[in-house]
Design a protein around this ligand. Sequence first.
Ligand code: ZN
Length: 146
Amino acid sequence: MASYIHTDNGYFVGKLDRGDDLLEALTDVARENGIRLGQVKAIGALEKACIAYYDQTTKTYNYLDLSGGHEILNLTGNISRKDGEPMVHAHVTLSDEEGRAFGGHLGKGSVVFACEFWIQPWIGPDLVRGFDEDTGLPLWEFQEPE
Ligand code: ZN
């Protein structure tokens, strides 16, 4: 579960508990606070990681489960709407015990060891995700200019 403060300039800054699912816990913060649009960043460490690579030919995510501890060197993501709910889309750069870095699209199943995050809500119209035929991904939908 997340513990956080709400800063005077509108950020949510806090930490996640050991054992939290990283993606789900960040999504919970967005849901609890009605954040419809924004950015999320985090650093910390994972007990295990689940990251994905999107295969552009087969249009499927290939998930990679990494056991053992890894540093979260950087998590960068955004919050928008999908199916009427907040969706956190995040990518992570992780490192292993020898400082080697790698990363990918953050999947469910990444277990927090320790994590500090900050979320900046953006104020404005909703950005909604919908299925994009060309890529097979749930991309942001924009009205075509008339
Ligand atoms: Zn992604």
